[in-house]
Design a protein around this ligand. Sequence first.
Ligand code: SF4
Length: 339
Amino acid sequence: MDLVDPFGRTIRDLRISVTDRCNFRCTYCMPEEGMQWVPRSEVLTFEEFERLGRIFVERFEVDGLRLTGGEPTVRAHLPVLVAKLAELRVPAGSSSPLAGQKPDLSITTNGATFRLLAHELREAGLDRVNISLDTLQRDRFQQMTRRDELVRVLDGIEAAKEAGFSPVKINAVVERGVNDDEILDLARFGRERGVEVRFIEFMPLDATGHWMNDKVVSQDEIVSAIAAEFPLEQVPARGAAPADRWRYLDGAGMIGVIPTVTKPFCGDCDRVRLTADGQFRTCLFATSEFDLRALMRAGASDDDLAMEIQRAVGTKWAGHQINQVNFIRPTRSMSQIGG
Ligand code: SF4
């Protein structure tokens, strides 16, 4: 049975935040001292993630599960959870292209410890990896993340390629006056390393609340900066995927740009989210949540949970209201929601 929202969009993609904790302190995400972490007892267990994953995949034909955080690799024994989710099967009769198969399993990571986990995650059933990298300059990396980890992140990218993940995607958040002078360098990096760089417009989800519209470098600015050096051709429609994509005319690969602020793509949105503490969110910018953890721990049946999920999706709005007068920042920051 498909999970369809009031605007006729079918939900196919569940983002699962497996922890709110992180080993970085990115300035556009959280303060230096970190956040008020969710007590461990309130974070879902692997069995609870698996149970909810099973309902979304086997009951609602969700065919994409993306693991996020905080930083998902700081969650101990992560390959065990991946192996559990890899056991799930999209129903054979589903309209999903993955009908009868395991869901597509992916992860968004900062890459610092990926060298240690790449092969184990691959063997456990992980299909795709996105590694966050906003700068190639070591000192700027330290400024932006408050960690001197650029070398390990670059090695994490190599480890992902060696483990057979393909394409390895790089997520680069562009902030005006911070790293927008590196757009071309990051594009060159992708061309030389054979990875697909996806530039992300800066979003109002930073815990320190310093997001401003004039800090946003738009998709148009990013694409024209790259095209001036490397001619590009836009790839036809993206479907529900968040990134618009371009290919280099000289065949050196692809780039993507996620234009959340300047060209919202909510009309095709097929995504919902589960936070590490079991709150169900129908949108990244949602201002309300549905407590699936409380239901589960109160003894709810799978039918009860499924009904609550349907009820929640029935409230999904048309899209975020960034730059509109009625825009309300979510009370949770990106690290507490998951990318
Ligand atoms: S902002 Fe919300 S509705 Fe829009 S694409 Fe993102 S998750 Fe979907």
